[in-house]
Design a protein around this ligand. Structure first.
Ligand code: CP
Length: 347
């Protein structure tokens, strides 16, 4: 494949990339991982700048992009809305406090080589899809690649690190059982993005997918349609169940992760109803990945979580710190996967 087909493109969702392109990103990521390990120079983005706009907190995403740009010879610039004029969609523009996304995107395009954005939740009043709209606005107006560092719908960089980790741990993924399970958290305000992107990329790889969740925590039907279409094309399968233990039986991967209910978020309701969501959460405290659930899985199964995890709520510490846990490999692979993405689209 001609790798210059990546140059100048945005990285907003896995759905914008085909199976062959995802394979290329993984190959470049593994090459960078080897180079990083032996300290071989790979300064493919010398003197380039990535602007990172974080509307919310981050540990892994911020540090992996910053370290990644340094290792590629460039610089990642951290921008915090509130300290800069907050980039806002036209209907949210307030004089001298915000600046329109279209203007910010065009200004930054004159100064650097990529714009990466994290936007969901409080910054967009928990309107489901509004975070992605901000990213799409940047992509429309910027002349340089725009990278999604997590919206309310997608977390594609996490998805790439996840699939890289599965490849390393399990080898060929076709026909392997991937379980994405909802898990309990004391905090009811978490996006659906990690689950969506993981399902998009595992379905591209022909994995047999089981999604498990209690009632009212179903994922976005538009994403599920895409996942089913991928499965048909690449030879996997998709089932949805309402029992975590049943889902874990025979699994090769258990990914246990909390997400909120989009049925209690605008635009489906007038304003976010997190108290209602909390009540639903409380009814499902038993949705935790523990050693009993891991015993139901394949004996070489791995446990995955994007982190930060709610220890002893989503997953027990015994599982997270146990021999089957791949969570720190996933975090490490954020660096290598994102460097591959940046080198291919910004290089
Ligand atoms: N997994 C992930 O995106 O982590 P951060 O929120 O720390 O960036």
């Amino acid at each position: 494949m001609k790798t210059d087909r990546f140059r100048g493109r945005d990285f907003l969702t896995i759905a914008d990339y085909g199976r062959e392109e995802i394979e290329t990103i993984l190959e470049v990521a593994l090459d960078f991982k080897r180079k990083f390990a032996v300290r071989e120079s790979h300064r493919l983005l010398d003197d380039m700048t990535l602007f990172m706009i974080f509307y919310g907190m981050s540990l892994r995403t911020r540090n992996s992009f910053e370290a990644g740009m340094t290792q590629l010879g460039g610089h990642a610039h951290y921008l915090s809305p509130g300290e800069i004029y907050t980039p806002a969609l036209d209907e949210e523009v307030r004089e001298y406090r915000t600046e329109s996304v279209s203007d910010v995107a065009r200004v930054l395009s004159r100064m650097g080589h990529g714009i990466a954005i994290r936007c969901f939740g409080k910054a967009v009043h928990w309107v489901y899809g509004a975070g992605q709209e901000v990213l799409d606005g940047f992509a429309e107006w910027a002349d340089i690649p725009v990278i999604n560092m997590e919206s309310d719908i997608y977390h594609p960089c996490q998805g790439m690190a996840d699939i890289l980790t599965m490849r390393e741990k399990l080898g060929h993924l076709e026909g392997k059982k991937f379980v994405m399970s909802w898990a309990f958290s004391p905090r009811s305000q978490k996006p659906l993005s990690v689950a969506h992107s993981a399902l998009q990329v595992t379905s591209l790889m022909g994995m047999n997918i089981t999604v498990a969740h209690p009632e009212r925590f179903d994922l976005d039907p538009r994403i599920m349609d895409l996942v089913r279409a991928n499965s048909e094309k690449y030879g996997g399968s998709v089932e949805v169940v309402d029992d975590m233990a049943e889902a874990c039986r025979g699994a090769d991967v258990i990914y246990a992760k909390n997400w909120t209910s989009r049925h209690y978020l605008p635009p489906e309701v007038d304003k976010p109803m997190f108290e209602e969501v909390k009540k639903l959460f409380e009814q499902n405290r038993h949705w935790i990945c523990d050693e009993e659930k891991m015993k139901l899985a394949h004996r070489n199964a791995i446990f995955m979580h994007c982190l930060p995890a709610d220890r002893n709520f989503e997953v027990t510490s015994a599982v997270m710190d146990g021999p089957q846990s791949a969570v720190f490999d996933q975090a490490e692979n954020r660096l290598h996967a994102q460097k591959a993405i940046m080198a291919l689209i910004m290089g």
